[in-house]
Design a binder for this molecule. Structure first.
Ligand code: G3H
Length: 537
C-alpha cells in the first residue's frame, strides 16, 4: 500500500522550495508596460496544504492575481491591434532575421528566470521539482528549436520560383492578432508552444493565462518587455467571461490558440461575430486507451501504463485514461498494476523521489471520488489500496471492471484514477473507439506482428498517434501533435506551428525582362523586407 501523504508545517518547508509570490502579485503586461492592477484580485491557493499546530490542514496562499475587468482586457486587445496595425506595424513588417534576434534575446533572458518559475510551478500546480525543471527546460528548448525551424523555413523561401512564364517569391506572412490560452497542467509549456510560434511569425498576441499556474508567468514579463516592441505581447489575468468574452465579441481576434476543453472553445468560437475570419488551433480533451494484448510483455505494459496514467497525477491530455486488458492475462496484469501503483511515493513537490503530489483544482478529489463511486455502484471495484482523499491529495485508484455504462468508460477523469476494462475480442476496442468523442492517441502492448499490424491499420484513421509498447505522449516536440473529433484542431510541432500561425503569400509577376529588372532592383537595393534573397545563417 502506498504511504499516506504528509503535509508539512511552515517550518518543515525547505529554504530551497520557498517562493516569494507577493513579488509577482497583481501584475499584468500591457502595451510594453508591466502594470499593477489596483482593482479586485484572487488569492492564489496552492494545492499544498500547511499543517497547523492543531493538526488541521490549510491550503497555502502564495500570492494574488488580478481580476481584470472588461476595460483592461480590451486595452490589451487594443495594444495588440496597434502593434499589428493592419499588418503595417513594426513587428509584422520586420525582417525575419531581426525577429529571430528578438526571440533569441528573449530566450537568453528567459533562462535567467528558471528557478523562480520552477518554484512557482511547484507551489501553484503541485508539479514535482524534477517535472517543473523539465517543463521549463523543454520550453526553452522549444523556443530555440522554433528559431532554428524558422531559419530553415526562411532559407527555403529565399529563392524565387519560375513557373509557366511567371516569376514568384512565396513566403509565409503573419495572420494578425492571436489570442493564446494555455492549460493549467503545462501552464508554461503549452502556453508557449502557441505563443512563441505566433510571435516569431510576426503576429501580435494577447495571452490569457490559466486559472492555476498564473503567477509563474510574471517573472517573464521583463524579458518580454525588453525583447519585443510594445503591444506585441500582452498578458492578461482574470475571469474568462469578463475578459476573454469581450475580446472575442469584438471580432478583432484573427487566430484563437486554445489548449483546454471543447466546451469552452465552442463558447469562444461562437462569440466571434465573423467566425469565417477566425483560425482556430486547439488541443482539447482525450480518452487515450491502452490495449494490452495476451502476449504483451507485462513488465513493459505495467511500467508504461503506470507512468502513462499517473505522471503528474494523471493530469496530462496525453495520459492513458482507460486500460483494456485481455481476459487471459487480466488477473496477473491487475495484480502487477495494483502493486506498482501502490508503490508510488507520495510527497511534496520538493521531496526527493516524490511521484504523486496534491491536486490544484477546486474540489478535484470530490470529483474523482464521484467517478469511482459511479463505477462501484454499477459493479466495479477498487482493486488496489487507493481511492482515499486526504486534503488536496487523492491516492490513485485502480478500478475494475469498467464497463460502457460507467462514466469512467467515456469521460476524461484527468486525475489519479485508472479504469481497467477486460476484453475478449478486439471488436470491443473498435466499439470503444467508434463511441468515443475523442481521437488523440492509443498505446498498444503486444508482440504478435500480425495482430499488432492489424490493430495499427484499424486504429490509424481514428487517432493521430499510435504508440507501440510505450505510453502516449506529445514529445518529441518535433513530432506532429494533434487529434481527431473533440481532441484537437490543427497540428502543432515545432515546424507545424510556424505554418499554423501564418499564411502563404506570393509576390508574382510575368517573367519578362522589364519585370525581372524591377524585382532585381528591389532586391539589390534591399528596398523590401518581403522581396528579398537574404540567407539567414
Ligand atoms: O497535457 C498534454 C501535454 O501536451 C502532454 O505532453 O505527453 O509530453 O506530457 P506530454
Amino acid at each position: 500500500m502506498s504511504e499516506p501523504i504528509r503535509f508539512p508545517t511552515v517550518e518543515e518547508i525547505p529554504e530551497s522550495a520557498r517562493v516569494d509570490g507577493a513579488r509577482w502579485s497583481m501584475q499584468w503586461l500591457c502595451d510594453g508596460e508591466i502594470r499593477t492592477f489596483h482593482g479586485p484580485g484572487a488569492d492564489v491557493l496552492s494545492p499544498i496544504c500547511v499543517r497547523q499546530a492543531d493538526g488541521s490542514l490549510t491550503r497555502a496562499v502564495i500570492g494574488r492575481t488580478p481580476l481584470l475587468d472588461r476595460a483592461a482586457a480590451l486595452e490589451a486587445l487594443a495594444a495588440a491591434r496597434r502593434a499589428w496595425d493592419e499588418g503595417r506595424g513594426e513587428w509584422p513588417t520586420m525582417r525575419v532575421a531581426r525577429r529571430i534576434g528578438a526571440m533569441e534575446r528573449f530566450a537568453e533572458l528567459m533562462g535567467k528566470a528558471r528557478e523562480e518559475v520552477v518554484r512557482l510551478l511547484m507551489w501553484e500546480i503541485g508539479k514535482t521539482r524534477k517535472d517543473a525543471e523539465s517543463e521549463f527546460d523543454r520550453t526553452l528548448l522549444y523556443v530555440r528549436d522554433t528559431v532554428e525551424a524558422l531559419k530553415e523555413l526562411d532559407r527555403s523561401s529565399a529563392r524565387f520560383v519560375m513557373e509557366e512564364g511567371f516569376l514568384g517569391q512565396i513566403r509565409r506572412s503573419p495572420l494578425g492578432v492571436v489570442l493564446c490560452m494555455g492549460p493549467f497542467n503545462y501552464p508554461l509549456n503549452e502556453t508557449y508552444t502557441t505563443l512563441i510560434p505566433a510571435l516569431i511569425m510576426g503576429n501580435a498576441v494577447v495571452c490569457k493565462v490559466p486559472k492555476y499556474g498564473a503567477l509563474l508567468h510574471a517573472p517573464l514579463f521583463a524579458a518580454m518587455r525588453e525583447a519585443f516592441p510594445p503591444g506585441v505581447v500582452n498578458v492578461i489575468y482574470g475571469d474568462g467571461p469578463t475578459t476573454v468574452g469581450p475580446i472575442m465579441e469584438s471580432g478583432e481576434v484573427d487566430v484563437l490558440a486554445f489548449i483546454g476543453t471543447s466546451r469552452v472553445v465552442n463558447i469562444l468560437k461562437r462569440q466571434h461575430p465573423q467566425p469565417n475570419r477566425l483560425r482556430s488551433i486547439t488541443g482539447l480533451e482525450a480518452k487515450n486507451p491502452a490495449i494490452v494484448l495476451p502476449d504483451a510483455d507485462l513488465d513493459v505494459a505495467v511500467k508504461e501504463c503506470v507512468s502513462g496514467a499517473l505522471s503528474f497525477n494523471g493530469q496530462r491530455c496525453t495520459g492513458i485514461k482507460l486500460i483494456f486488458v485481455h481476459r487471459s492475462i487480466e488477473r496477473e496484469f491487475l495484480d502487477r498494476l495494483s502493486a506498482a501503483v501502490d508503490a508510488l511515493k507520495a510527497g511534496m513537490p520538493w521531496d526527493q523521489g516524490a511521484q504523486l503530489t496534491p491536486l490544484p483544482e477546486d474540489r478535484k478529489t470530490e470529483r474523482l471520488a464521484a467517478y469511482v463511486e459511479d463505477a462501484v455502484s454499477k459493479g466495479a471495484r477498487v482493486v488496489n489500496g487507493g481511492g482515499a482523499a486526504h486534503g488536496t491529495f487523492f491516492r490513485p485508484a485502480v478500478v475494475h471492471p469498467v464497463k460502457q455504462d460507467m462514466k469512467l468508460y467515456t469521460e476524461e477523469q484527468f486525475g489519479p484514477v485508472l479504469p481497467v476494462a477486460t476484453f475478449d475480442d478486439v471488436s470491443e476496442i473498435d466499439h470503444f473507439m467508434r463511441l468515443s468523442e475523442y481521437g488523440q492517441q492509443v498505446a498498444l502492448f503486444g508482440r504478435d506482428r500480425k495482430k499488432m499490424a492489424f490493430l495499427v491499420d484499424a486504429l490509424v484513421n481514428q487517432v493521430s498517434r499510435i504508440n507501440l509498447n510505450s505510453q502516449c505522449r506529445r514529445g518529441p516536440d518535433t513530432f506532429p501533435f494533434t487529434g481527431r473529433k473533440d481532441s484537437a484542431e490543427g497540428t502543432l510541432s515545432v515546424s507545424d506551428a510556424l505554418r499554423a500561425f501564418s499564411i502563404r503569400t506570393v509576390v508574382a509577376t510575368a517573367s519578362n525582362d522589364e519585370n525581372k529588372s524591377l524585382v532585381s532592383d528591389i532586391i539589390v537595393g534591399r528596398l523590401s523586407s518581403f522581396l528579398s534573397t537574404d540567407y539567414i545563417f
